[in-house]
Design a protein around this ligand. Sequence first.
Ligand SMILES: [Fe+2]
Length: 234
Amino acid sequence: MSDIHANYPALKAIEEFVRPHRFHRIVHAGDFTVYGTFPNETIRWFREREHAVCIAGNTDRRVLDLLAGGELKKPRKEEKRVMYFWTCGHLLPENVDFLKSLPDQADLAIGDVRINVIHGDFDGEEGSSSPGAPEGWLRKLAKDSPHQVHVLGHTHVPYHKIIDGVHFINPGSVGRPFDADPRASFAILTVSSRKTAVEHIRIRYPVEQVIADLAKNGLPDIYAEMYRTGKKLN
Ligand SMILES: [Fe+2]
C-alpha cells in the first residue's frame, strides 16, 4: 500500500477484502497523513502490526517539520494548507513519535528476493504531478540497485514496470487516487525465486463517510469532489 493520507475508511475496506488471505508483510510506502481526518486511526492501525514495513512520505515529513516549528512553504493554496495545520493540531503524541521513527526507505527480503521501499518523490516536493515515475529515473535506480523489486508510492497512480529485469511497483493511493478511479488502490505482490507477480486491486469504500467527517470538522468542502471522482485538485 501507499499514500493512505489519513483515509481510514479506505484502509479498513482493504483490510476486510484481504482478511481471508495471509501475508508475510504489509508494506506502506509513505504519506500516512493529511487530507483525510483519520490520521490517528490510520497510524494506530500500523503501530499494532509488527510485520508492517513503513516509511515516511514527503507529506509526513512536512507535518513533522511543521510540528517542529518549521514553516509550511508548500502547498500555497489556503484550502490545502489548512489540512496540514488541522493534522498537526489533532495528531496524538504517540502517533507523532511513530512518524518520527520512520525511515526514508526500507529493505526487506522474501526468500532470495530483495525488496526496497521508497516513497519516490523524485522530482522535489511536487513530483506527484507526474502520472508515473520518469523512465530515466527508474532506469538509473535499476542500474545502481542490488534489489530485484522496488516498491514506490507518491504519484498516486498504480503501475508495474520491469526495467532491466528489476520490478518497479506502485500500488497506487489507498486514500487519494489521482487516476480518475475513486476506489481505494493497493497491490498484492507474490515473490519466489522463479517468479514475481503483481496484482493491482481496487476496492469501493464509504467515500461519503470521509466527506461527512471533513464537514464535521469544518474543513474545506472542495475535497468532496476529489474523493468522489478520484482526481487531483489543482
Ligand atoms: Fe501522497
